[in-house]
Design a protein around this ligand. Structure first.
Ligand SMILES: [Zn+2]
Length: 554
């Protein structure tokens, strides 16, 4: 038996087999069942997602000896001829190569005659947007007065180029790009049926490269098989697809971590020397940084990140060197760079500048870090002024710590005083945090945005400021609270109440007397509170500023 290309061999032959277009398939089946066949259909959508395939299945459904039926038999002459593409009553016209009026005139003439043998005369016009204006006008005349036995199926990848006069006479179907998972599953199935040994990673790579087109995915698989035989090596697939190896992306990331500009420029040079498409490289970098950000937020979720477990471990390690803000900034810079590369006659320069911008962006620090740094600086100065006090400051917890752990003492009067980290309560808080981090990295990273964590008698309170309202709301779900409570119960050793609250301004211990006296503090109270805040003091001292007004954030 001669070799048949995969796309043809595995082309769906029934509505059920069409992957990723359930809406279109169902509507067409309903129309057939209700005998409401339109004279003209328009299938619009990206290339390789099943438009022509669906058109042929529709043709078979209408012309099958047992039809019209939603389950064409695929064995009668009519079905088999349509599959082979040589049915006399089903005519396929590729408008990309037959754009002219002559072809359409010919079509108009043949429309007049009844089907030679079958029920319907069916015209499938592919890439219909390519027709010339004259050809469109000729087609329009036919669509305006179609004989009862004729069905048109027009297919296009560029709907906006089809004249409105044509559109208004067609029943319109949108075909969507096929998801990565649907393509992967189909390739996996075909590979096993064809007895081809290929790794999940390579199948993933092919599915990614196909960018939503099932036909592209299948012809890539064809190329891979004809290149590698039945035993496919990952390296071969990578070089065949021109895929940027994961190690190369990681190499760039490592150089960014080390702020090694020279190394980055050398690597760009290697990319250029080896003839890589730089725009393609930037797109791969984009998906790499997207994965880094996802790993940071959601942990190693295989559904969200299409990579092997090995790669995920490495990715997690790299992501640890960056903050979420860093990764978002890098991503935005790469998006801009990719746009510039598209129009540039000097793509290399734009890529180099883009990567240098990332290095600069890495040096930007967040406001919290800035304040923490200033505070440390001021403390150091104070210590120099009074060396005698130094000993008493040793136990002070680092001000960069995201959590201020409160002992929960009801008599406490100084809001910002943190207890000795050796107290049992702070141990409990630390243990709780690490237990949560183990159970759910997602919840843990949400909690990182909390302003404070309070452990009191039988109660745990997580405080968020208004700026972090997003994380506050994310954490609110019953599932999250239940999990925190469960861990807290077992760590503290008795039932705990878990509260997540939104606070205004800086960290407020629940025992603060100001809170109890009135719900809304007066302006002078606010001013006092702000003046006594150590961070504000640091700022005022550092920038020689003064407070002119205090506003509560809603
Ligand atoms: Zn049939």
């Amino acid at each position: 038996m001669s070799y048949q290309v995969i796309a043809r061999k595995w082309r769906p032959q029934t509505f059920e087999d069409v992957v990723g277009q359930p809406a279109a398939a169902q509507t067409l089946k309903n129309a057939i069942l209700q005998k409401r066949i339109a004279h003209a259909y328009l299938f619009a959508g990206p290339r390789g997602v099943g438009k022509t395939t669906t058109a042929r299945i529709l043709a078979k459904a209408l012309n099958c000896v047992q039809g019209p039926t939603i389950m064409p038999c695929n064995v009668c002459d009519s079905c088999q001829e349509i599959t082979a593409g040589n049915s006399i009553d089903v005519l396929e016209i590729d408008a990309a190569s037959n754009r002219g009026i002559d072809e359409i005139r010919e079509l108009r003439d043949s429309v007049k005659y009844a089907a030679a043998r079958d029920r319907y005369k069916i015209f499938i016009i592919d890439e219909v947007h390519m027709l010339t204006t004259e050809a469109f006008n000729a087609l329009l005349k036919t669509l305006e007065e179609p004989p009862p036995h004729v069905v048109f199926v027009l297919a296009t990848t560029e709907l906006h180029k089809v004249p409105a006069t044509i559109l208004s006479r067609c029943q319109h179907f949108n075909f969507r790009a096929i998801s990565h998972k649907e393509i992967f599953d189909r390739l996996n199935y075909i590979a096993s049926q064809e007895h081809v040994q290929i790794s999940q990673e390579s199948l993933n790579a092919i599915a990614r490269a196909a960018e939503g087109s099932m036909r592209d995915a299948q012809s890539l698989l064809d190329q891979v098989i004809s290149f590698c035989g039945r035993e496919v090596e990952d390296d071969q697939v990578r070089s065949l697809l021109g895929i940027i190896p994961q190690q190369l992306l990681e190499g760039f990331t490592q150089a960014i971590i080390e702020t090694d500009a020279r190394q980055i420029l050398l690597m760009v040079d290697q990319l250029v020397q080896s003839g890589r498409n730089l725009q393609h490289f930037v797109r791969e970098m984009l998906s790499h940084f997207r994965n880094l950000l996802l790993v940071k937020i959601a942990g190693d979720d295989h559904q969200l990140i299409p990579l092997s477990s090995m790669d995920l471990v490495r990715l997690k390690e790299l992501a640890g060197h960056f903050s979420e803000e860093d990764l978002t900034r890098f991503f935005n810079i790469l998006v801009t760079t990719e746009g510039e590369l598209r129009w540039s006659s000097q793509p290399r320069f734009h890529l180099e500048m883009g990567l240098m911008k990332i290095l600069q962006a890495k040096r930007l620090v967040s406001i919290e870090e800035l304040v923490a740094g200033l505070t440390d600086l001021m403390d150091a100065e104070k210590r120099l002024d009074s060396p005698a006090k130094e000993a008493s400051q040793v136990n002070r917890p680092s001000s960069t710590s995201k959590f201020t752990v409160n002992s929960g003492s009801k008599t406490q009067s100084q809001p910002q005083v943190s207890p000795d980290p050796q107290t049992p309560f702070s141990n409990l808080a630390e243990r709780l945090k690490s237990a949560i981090a183990q159970r759910s990295p997602m919840v843990s990273s949400l909690m990182d945005h909390a302003h404070g964590l309070q452990l009191m008698e039988g109660e745990i309170e997580l405080q968020f400021t208004n700026q972090n309202r997003f994380y506050y709301e994310m954490l609110q779900s019953a599932e999250n609270l239940e999990m925190i409570k469960e861990l807290a119960d077992s760590i503290v050793g008795r039932p705990q109440k878990v509260k997540v609250v939104l606070i205004n301004g800086p960290f407020q211990p629940a025992s603060s007397t100001e809170d109890k006296s009135s719900q809304k503090p007066s302006k002078s109270q606010l001013l006092d509170r702000v003046k006594s805040d150590s961070n504000v003091k640091t700022f005022l001292d550092a920038f020689q500023g003064e407070i002119t007004d205090v506003k509560e954030l809603k």
